[in-house]
Design a protein around this ligand. Structure first.
Ligand code: SAH
Length: 213
């Protein structure tokens, strides 16, 4: 957290600027994921995790620290954020965490990253239907998406019906957790990839967001 707050003072990585806010809002919120492992035991065996739109490195960095046997990669389109997170990772020495700078819509077509991951995470990046198109191409068949959301997911989830079909990634459930005090209840929403992704997806940069599946 200290290393993150130093970088956050130079660049606007997160609005949670004090140790108290950062601890609960970024770190506890990231590691709440570990509590979902009883419900989704496959997550314990994950060898490769990708965090899309990692921004200032959440949930990437806390998860990499808690899961030393999982190779954790963060992707973000903003080079300055990627450079800042690289400095934090070097300062803290997190050997199983690394970064790639790029858009999910293009990196998702590269052989090095496509269909390579057991888990894809994302927090505060896009609506669920957009996230599915960004995330599913990176998963191996059988892999899981885990998307951090508030508790109001019903309408966003209903809008994913077409994306679930076109990407062969059905909704498998949601994990609810509670952060202390005013932070309240939150949800991690899970989808499972059940078949290989058509080469059409993800569509060109900007299209998934402009015209969600
Ligand atoms: N996950 C972090 C940051 C959220 S801000 C957190 O919870 O604190 C959203 C980030 O997603 C931004 O840094 C933005 O650059 C990145 N982003 C949004 N769409 C993207 C895309 N299609 N490809 C790569 N990065 C993307």
């Amino acid at each position: 957290m200290d290393a993150f707050l130093v970088e956050n003072g130079k660049l606007n990585l997160s609005a949670l600027r004090t140790p108290e806010l950062c601890w609960t809002g970024n770190i506890l919120d990231s590691i709440a994921f570990l509590q979902s492992f009883d419900a989704y035991p496959d997550l314990k065996k994950a060898k490769k995790l990708l965090d899309i739109g990692t921004g200032g490195g959440f949930p990437l960095m806390p998860l990499a620290l808690c899961l030393p046997d999982t190779q954790c990669i963060g992707i973000d389109a903003t080079q300055k954020k990627v450079d800042a997170v690289k400095r934090i990772i070097a300062a803290v020495d997190i050997p199983n965490a690394s970064l790639v700078c790029g858009r999910t819509e293009s990196v998702g077509h590269s052989a090095e990253y496509r269909a390579q991951f057991d888990v894809v995470t994302a927090r505060a990046v896009a609506p669920l239907s957009v996230l599915l198109e960004y995330a599913v191409p990176f998963l191996k068949v059988g892999g899981l998406c885990a998307f951090w959301k508030s508790t109001k997911i019903a309408s966003e989830l209903a809008e994913t019906a077409d994306a679930q079909k076109k990407l062969s990634a059905p909704y498998i459930g949601a994990f609810q957790y509670e952060l202390p005090e005013k932070w309240g209840e939150r949800t991690i929403v899970f989808f499972k990839k059940t078949a290989a992704t058509y080469s059409d997806y993800p569509r060109r940069t900007g299209i998934p967001k402009q015209d969600p599946l």
